[in-house]
Design a protein around this ligand. Structure first.
Ligand SMILES: Cc1cc2nc3c(=O)[nH]c(=O)nc-3n(C[C@H](O)[C@H](O)[C@H](O)COP(=O)(O)O)c2cc1C
Length: 344
């Protein structure tokens, strides 16, 4: 049954409200399950519907896309535009990008009742982030990073509200280890490590350094989450085994197949129909754009690149989206629901 969408925005004008979250300690989850499976923060992609879809298929924790803390804390319109959640959207980690400890704590305080924790982006290598001195620039400023974690801890001392960081590797691995030990000392709940350096803008050209992730795991006591190049459940288990980490975070693998944590190789037609049904009743062009740009990723294993170009160029309307898929994939409406087998 498709649930009626219930989106909460910080100022609530656009929508109904959702109940404040009961804060459960996610460290208990890390203690109980290995590896914890995590949907990575993805700008434009890891939004509420997608997070909910991945959780239905074996994802334990989902991150919001990165939100710039200063804009979020200061600007009501920005909050309405950038963040939404609903009652199913738990456990949720909201990720912020900032270099300002006060803006970080302010933004975290706003989302505190409606999520399970916040994360600081210390890995974004894009030009705009470097210009703003956020993202991977924080890797070079361990004292500032410590200060940010400490100020957040002072503002929101609730031990059941997680405070994590997501980093990339430094050129000098000793610096990465030192940074992780510093943020651990400052009180961080866990550390997610994307096993590439900040100059690795084109992901496929730079192999993930799992040994470095293992080194970090062996150097701190807080849970460590490995991130990079997990595209199947077998990858997830292999990376967990090789690195000894407590969780595996996945971005592109989940875009291609939001059910990958259940052991499936690609998104079934039934799950694509489920995804489309999550937009039922939407008349907004932006909502159907969101539906469409995820389908573009899910359809990749089924449809040739040139034909996907045709799909990509479609006007983002439900009937056009469905007409294209049904024309290319005649079985689309009859394929049975996937059998869900959750490992671990
Ligand atoms: C479309 C897209 C958007 C992303 N947005 C963010 C983001 O908002 N914050 C962040 O820390 N990383 C972001 N990343 C990086 C991913 O979280 C992840 O670290 C990276 O893609 C490597 O994981 P993967 O090999 O599973 O894709 C993004 C990646 C993709 C593909």
């Amino acid at each position: 049954m498709v649930k009626e969408p219930q989106y909460f925005n910080v100022n609530c004008e656009r929508t109904k409200t959702v109940a404040p979250t009961e804060h459960v300690n996610l460290l208990d989850l890390f203690a109980a399950k290995k590896p914890v499976t995590i949907c990575a923060p993805m700008v434009e992609y890891s939004r509420v519907r997608f997070r909910n879809l991945t959780r239905r298929y074996g994802c334990d924790i989902a991150y919001s896309p990165m939100i710039i803390a200063e804009d979020f804390a200061a600007n009501r319109i920005q909050r309405i535009r950038e963040w939404e959640t609903d009652d199913d959207d738990r456990p949720l980690i909201v990720q912020f990008g900032t270099k300002d400890p006060v803006a970080y704590a302010d933004a975290a305080e706003i989302v505190y009742p409606y999520c399970n924790g916040v994360d600081l982006n210390c890995g974004c290598p894009q030009k705009w982030a470097i210009k703003r001195k956020v993202g991977c620039c924080l890797l070079k400023r361990p004292e500032l990073l410590q200060d940010m974690v400490r100020q957040l801890q002072n503002r929101l001392p609730d031990a059941n509200f997680s405070k994590s960081v997501k980093i990339r590797l430094d050129e000098d691995l000793r610096k990465s280890v030192d940074l992780c030990q510093k943020v651990e000392a400052a009180g961080v709940s866990w550390i997610a490590v994307h096993g590439r350096k900040s100059n690795a803008l084109v992901l496929r050209d730079h192999p993930v350094n799992y040994e470095a992730i293992k080194l970090i795991k062996d150097s701190v006591a807080v849970p460590v989450v490995a991130n990079g190049d997990a595209f199947t459940q077998a990858d997830v288990l292999r990376i967990a085994e090789d690195t000894g980490t407590d969780g595996i975070m996945v971005a592109r693998g989940l875009l291609r197949n939001p059910t990958m944590f259940t052991g499936t190789e690609k998104t079934s037609f039934a799950v694509m129909r489920e995804w489309i049904a999550m937009f039922e009743g939407e008349t907004d062009y932006l909502a159907w754009s969101e539906c469409h740009h995820h389908l573009l990723r899910m359809l990749q294993p089924y449809i040739a690149k040139e034909e996907l170009g045709e799909f990509s160029a479609l006007e983002k309307r439900k009937e056009l989206i469905l007409e294209f898929i049904r024309r290319k994939l005649p079985d689309f409406d009859t394929d049975e629901a996937v059998k869900v087998e959750i490992a671990g």
